[in-house]
Design a protein around this ligand. Structure first.
Ligand SMILES: NC(=O)c1ccc[n+]([C@@H]2O[C@H](COP(=O)([O-])OP(=O)(O)OC[C@H]3O[C@@H](n4cnc5c(N)ncnc54)[C@H](O)[C@@H]3O)[C@@H](O)[C@H]2O)c1
Length: 372
């Protein structure tokens, strides 16, 4: 059993408890220490609930990293975005492996520094792009890799949510307040929050490197300081084209992440709200629906599948799958099969390129080496 500490994820926080539940599902790691909040009283409150020894509950992440180094196998960073960089850095400096949530950092300079630090110290550094953990996403990836849809020509990915279709950030809503604050979120709102998932998912599934993009970031809700909607045109090595749409002001939508990929021999479609099904549309043949848990899946998809077909799996198990790969690297020294710091760095560069394009009248930006 590995031992881990959590930074962030305090009382009332959203995603920290999801990470804790996912890790508990795997049964590979036990939480033993925490700095869940900048307020020690809140950290102690949650620590008592989680039955963590009081002397392993810390006022600052720096103190945690210094005093827990050698006693924990990894740390999970699930603070609001502005604290990712300093918290990951302090853990790595103290020799602690880290899983950090996305978007990785505010700037690509910070991300690059963390990637190099982890490399120098030989530490595992992950970024939890959750959707890579779904079995049918893995299935899609393997089908493209083995040529089932031929040469990829067009990719359409969208992630609309509607929970920010009104000015929630002025109502004291915890999660909306920091996400809509330029200093805390990192200069973008929805591009970092949901657009980042599209950014990671497309090259992960297709294996294609983006070469160019043109982005338009919109603010649909009056009074908001940052983007809550955006459209991005993309081009890939080999000539494929793509179109992304992300939004948190798409009134009525919840978690409508949808990925459609069209090749010379067929198409594939996956929808996050129906995650156990994958639609395969072979050229000149009837479309078929592949079902998670059935026997005709690739070994990679089957390895991520836990319950029989018809008993739906979802978000929590996707997180758990990412953690089981992360733990396998720590325990057995396996090559990373989870989203890494390098992926996080590419994601931050993507955000910077989108901002540059949008500020320049949606001009095309050559991504050069930033995606390699
Ligand atoms: N992978 C996913 O699907 C996914 C989903 C939701 C959120 N996220 C990411 O997870 C992170 C957290 O998001 P959230 O919605 O849970 O935010 P949140 O505001 O609900 O929780 C953040 C927590 O971090 C704590 N915190 C902030 N700064 C801290 C510091 N310096 N030291 C210790 N604790 C600190 C806060 O007290 C709070 O408990 C964000 O980066 C977000 O983008 C990822």
């Amino acid at each position: 059993m590995l031992k881990y500490a959590m930074i962030g994820g305090g009382p009332g926080a959203f995603v920290g408890q999801v990470h804790r539940r996912a890790l508990a599902l795997n049964g590979q790691a036990k939480i033993v220490a925490g700095c869940f909040s900048r307020d020690l009283v809140k950290t102690r409150l949650l620590g008592a609930e989680l039955e963590i020894d009081e002397d392993r509950l810390y006022a600052t992440p720096e103190e945690l990293a210094r005093l827990e180094a050698g006693d924990i196998d990894f740390a999970v960073v699930v603070t609001s975005n502005e604290a990712h960089y300093s918290n990951v850095k302090t853990c790595l400096e103290n020799g602690i492996n880290v899983m950090c949530d996305k978007p990785f950092t505010h700037t690509s300079t910070q991300a690059q520094e963390l990637v190099e630090l982890a490399r120098r110290k030989g530490l595992a550094l992950g970024v939890s792009y959750t959707y890579a953990g779904y079995p049918m996403v893995r299935q899609m990836r393997e089908m493209i890799r083995r040529g089932d849809i031929g040469e990829v020509r067009f990719i359409n990915c969208e992630y609309p949510q509607g929970w920010l279709a009104e000015m929630l950030e002025t109502t004291g809503h915890i999660q909306a307040s920091w996400r809509a604050d330029p200093k805390r979120s990192g200069g973008v709102l929805s591009l970092g929050d949901v657009g980042s998932h599209i950014e990671y998912l497309v090259p992960h599934v297709t294996g294609l490197r983006r070469t160019k993009l043109a982005a338009r970031l919109d603010t649909l809700v009056e009074g908001r300081l940052l983007d809550d909607n955006g459209t991005i045109l993309t081009e890939y090595e080999g000539g494929a084209k793509g179109m992304y749409w992300y939004s948190q002001a798409a009134t009525g939508m919840v978690n409508g992440l949808r990925l459609r990929i069209f090749g010379s021999e067929g198409g594939l479609e996956w929808f996050q709200e129906d995650p156990d099904h994958l639609r395969h549309m072979p050229l000149n043949q009837a479309a078929r629906t592949l079902v998670r848990g059935t026997t005709d899946l690739t070994p990679e998809a089957a390895a991520y599948s836990h319950t029989p077909p018809g008993h739906p799996e979802g978000w929590l198990l996707a997180f758990a799958n990412i953690y089981s790969d992360f733990c396998a690297t720590i325990i057995q020294g396996k090559e990373p099969n989870y989203p890494t710091g390098e992926d996080g760095l590419r994601g931050v560069r993507f955000i910077e390129a989108c901002l540059e394009s949008s500020h320049n009248n949606t001009s095309w930006i050559d991504l050069g080496d930033s995606e390699s």
